[in-house]
Design a protein around this ligand. Structure first.
Ligand code: TRP
Length: 330
């Protein structure tokens, strides 16, 4: 069975875009692959060196991933910082990673532009740590979006270089397992692009949002004054609401509003009410789980501990062999 690794940024609060765009696929992958999902808490220090609420955000991420259906019996879910073998492999890989190639990495260039006062070495070696995350489990599949393609290419470079330098075939090549092709794009509520956390207040619907908040956000969503001609095409803001409805509502419901629109009989108030109800219906079971898990600190801690043990066991095998291959077997 092939091995999958994916790192989750420790920001928490999944929205519908995260869910339908990526996380739902993780849940499906558990059935067919040996999956390792971890929270990239070491990586977060490259941009937030003195985190104030690390405990809470990490806990929230863990809770939300469990709530959407990552099953700790099927997958290994853990915190990166619970697996020191990752840091050790990072050290070894750093010795064979060249400053020039790291400086050419697009994400490094973006970051130094974004934080010119904190161009730390961790930023430069971010791709090396990411390669260590993946190679420590000898994973071949990494479910990430297009923006991570270059990092994956670097992970392959480091794996191949290691194999060449120490004359073995130890690390397999990891490839992005991209669902970008059949990805459902979830639009935001502000009438522009996709749903996103940083796009402004009210644009994103979070899985943890209460029904009242969902209602408020949907009711405030941007529309226009309505169609004036039969079968008129929809402006982006209205199309967004239809796209959202398509994801959460039944086909009949969707067709009903489509017809109403084409006949110029649509009432956006009704459309929004329906959308609100269907978003609430879709997210309610997840939100209930989030709430239940939030109250159960012992369980969350236990899951993190079991995940850490499983991840460390597997990581230890790799690091032992890597030490031997390089020659640290005295
Ligand atoms: N760089 C990834 C991101 O920004 C997060 C990440 C860290 C990751 N380590 C990883 C993803 C290993 C996949 C595998 O989304």
């Amino acid at each position: 069975m092939e091995t999958v690794v994916s790192g989750i940024r420790s920001t928490g609060n999944l929205h519908l875009g995260n869910y339908y765009g990526a996380v739902k696929n993780f849940v499906e992958m558990q059935q067919n692959y040996r999956c390792f999902f971890f929270i990239a808490d070491y990586h977060s220090l490259t941009t937030h060196p003195t985190p104030s609420n690390l405990q809470d955000t990490v806990k929230q991420v863990l809770i939300e991933y469990l709530a959407v259906g990552i099953d700790p019996e099927k997958s290994t879910i853990y915190l990166q910082s619970h697996v020191p073998q990752i840091a050790e492999l990072y050290l070894f890989l750093n010795m064979n990673a060249y400053v020039g190639e790291l400086q050419r990495c697009a994400s490094f260039k973006d970051k130094i532009r974004a934080q010119p006062d904190n161009v730390n070495a961790g930023l430069l070696t971010y791709p090396v740590l990411m390669a260590a995350d993946i190679l420590i489990h000898k994973a071949t599949k990494v479910p990430v979006g297009k923006d991570q393609e270059q990092h994956l290419e670097m992970a392959r470079t480091f794996a191949n270089r290691f194999n060449r330098m120490y004359k073995n075939n130890y690390f397999p090549e990891p490839y992005a397992f991209s669902f970008d092709k059949n990805l459902i794009k979830i639009p935001g509520l502000d009438g522009n692009g996709k749903m996103g956390k940083s796009e402004g207040e009210g644009n994103a619907l979070f899985l943890s949002d209460t029904p009242e908040i969902i209602r408020k956000k949907v009711m405030k969503a941007v529309t226009d004054s309505g169609p004036t001609e039969l079968n008129q095409s929809k402006p982006p803001s209205v199309q967004n609401l239809f796209d959202l409805l398509k994801v959460v509502a039944s086909e009949d419901t969707y067709q009903h509003f489509e017809e109403q629109y084409n006949l110029c009989q649509i009432r956006y108030g009704d459309l929004k009410k329906q959308l609100t109800e269907d978003v609430i219906k879709t997210t309610a079971p997840i939100r209930e789980k989030i709430n239940d898990l939030s109250k159960n600190n012992d369980y969350i801690r236990k899951i993190a501990r079991i995940g850490a043990e499983k991840a460390r066991d597997n990581a230890q095998k790799t690091i032992k062999e890597v030490r031997e291959i390089i020659g640290f077997n005295y």
